[in-house]
Design a protein around this ligand. Sequence first.
Ligand code: CO8
Length: 260
Amino acid sequence: MAYENILFEVQDGIALLTFNRPKALNALNPQTLEEVRDAVERVRQDDALRVLVFTGAGDKAFVAGADISELQKMNPLEARLFAERGQEIVFSLEALPKPVIACVNGFALGGGCELAMSCDFIYASERAQFGQPEINLGIIPGFGGTQRLARLIGRAKAKEICMTGERISAQEAKALGLVAKVFPAETLLEETLKAARNLAEKSRVALRAIKQAVDRGMDVDLKTGCAFEAEAFGVCFAGQDAREGTTAFLEKRKPHFTGT
Ligand code: CO8
């Protein structure tokens, strides 16, 4: 499909998806969600694409949330369908067997914060701000925010953020464990792409195993989670990459992983 609201670029096995409605601070309308769904499916199907990176166009916003002018017109059924569509997308990012990085260059609010939280990790600019301001619109997060924020930073702080609607800075988000690294605005994209290229050289099998073990483990008790890990550890040894990685170490050379 042709994209109007996102840019989709590919380089060195990295897919870079840029939300591109800077005049509306990259707010998510139904058309944008459809385009994101299509692009994620492209990344899923294309073996040559190893890592997906999300960012926002312009210097102000990653994504300032769902498009409020669309929300304002919705009846309960439409709102529910919109929330379900958004949730399908964020679940599809977690199910994608490849790393997904949120490169948060500005406001990540409402649905924008929720989308970033469903990525594997977040790199943020010093100017980034996070929040779930839906309460100020008389609504609540609808793309999984109440659930993922509580799992990521704990229920009390998650409730405070959702109940007050207050924004937090990139540094505070890092202190809370929401953000992995903070960079100056000028170098954020370059640093994120550098990290993505680094991941693209690692074993696909092992990256997928880490993603699945961590994500599946979040919803179960420790013992069950460790059983997932043991299973995933075993799966790594079914392919060539484990032999290549261990042999390369012993031969004091750089490994060359083929993902087989
Ligand atoms: N939707 C639509 N337009 C937006 C949005 C948005 N979320 N955010 C900003 N814009 C537009 C503004 O209307 C403005 O347009 P215009 O120039 O035509 O007037 C333009 O972007 C620039 O915005 P501001 O002038 O407001 O810029 P400021 O720098 O003064 O403020 C803020 C930036 C603080 C980000 C401010 O724009 C703001 O508060 N935006 C709204 C943030 C928000 O409330 N987000 C949550 C939305 S709800 C949501 O995400 C729910 C997700 C789940 C939905 C479930 C389905 C039902």
